[in-house]
Design a protein around this ligand. Structure first.
Ligand code: G
Ligand code: G
Ligand code: MN
Ligand code: NA
Length: 254
């Protein structure tokens, strides 16, 4: 009867699926990446948000097999696009704390890369400040291994956690993701505008890329483009899409 019990069967029953939100390059508007976002189509309760079941999976350990499934599915889908001759793009996968903390994590990622055959530079892993600020020394070793494999790393929800800026230069991070809470009013609130501009300057000072999320309207888009943000995603550009719709969007943009 419980949702948690149902989650044990969700993967084997094919109730989990991924949607993909396109990410664009501000210089020319081209799609250069996509973020994989998990969904659960529950047979009785309908569509369930990851906000509801990911914390549950974190708690009972199911996040480990679910996380592997997400990684495999995202890599396979991305490779499928490349095999169809579409311009190669990255796929970003969200991680949770328990995955990074799993002693087999790096080996698992390596195995998925080898099994699928995706060029690791087209895989991006998203971590949050809170995930990496625990056990900094251990996390640095793990992130360095992933970086050496050629995988890209991004720091998600940047600006909302408690990160020590001193650690930023120790992590082999390729990209900061400006949290959407700073984007919503970046065109009207002076404080949010300054924060967004400062994160862009920080990233560029560190010689890494910066992507904005939660771009919902033209004003957000224009503000970020004018302020030198490298990349962006949000409903104004595209909602997260089923894989077949994402594929059609890419073909239509050829
Ligand atoms: O897509 P959106 O609503 O609804 O996602 C809600 C939250 O769930 C976000 O914090 C997002 O990072 C997280 N999330 C989405 N997909 C995954 C996933 O595959 N793994 C993990 N760990 N978190 C995810
Ligand atoms: O925590 P993370 O940044 O991974 O989660 C991204 C979340 O933001 C997902 O729930 C995704 O569906 C949602 N999202 C994507 N684009 C927009 C947007 O333009 N506006 C809002 N409000 N949410 C968005
Ligand atoms: Mn994310
Ligand atoms: Na985020």
């Amino acid at each position: 009867l419980s949702l948690e019990n149902d989650l044990w069967h969700a993967m084997t029953n094919n109730e989990l699926f991924l949607v993909y939100q396109p990410q664009i390059d501000f210089r020319d508007g081209s799609v250069i990446g996509m973020e994989a976002l998990i969904r659960w189509q529950h047979p009785k309760r309908g569509l369930i948000s990851p906000m509801e079941f990911i914390p549950m999976a974190e708690c009972n350990g199911l996040i480990i097999p679910i996380g592997i499934w997400v990684l495999e599915t995202a890599c396979k889908h991305n490779l499928q696009l490349q095999k169809e001759g579409l311009p190669p793009i990255r796929v970003a996968v969200n991680l949770s704390a328990r995955q990074i903390g799993d002693k087999d994590f790096v080996d698992t990622v390596r195995a998925v890369i080898e099994a699928t055959g995706l060029d690791p530079s087209y895989l991006e892993l998203e971590v949050t400040e809170s995930m990496v600020m625990h056990n900094v020394e251990e996390v640095v070793v793990i992130l360095n291994s992933l970086n050496e494999m050629g995988i890209q790393l991004s720091l998600d929800d940047f600006g909302t956690g408690f990160s020590s800026l001193a650690y930023l230069k120790r992590f082999p991070i390729d990209r900061l993701k400006i949290d959407q809470s700073f984007i919503f009013n970046c065109d009207s609130d002076q404080g949010d505008a300054i924060i967004a501009q400062t994160i862009i300057a920080l990233a560029h000072g560190l010689k890494i890329k910066v992507i904005a999320e939660g771009i919902e309207k033209q004003e957000h888009f224009s503000f970020l483009k004018e302020n030198g943000c490298d990349e962006g995603q949000g409903y104004f550009i595209s909602r997260p899409l089923a894989f077949k719709d994402l594929r059609e969007l890419l073909i239509a943009r050829l």
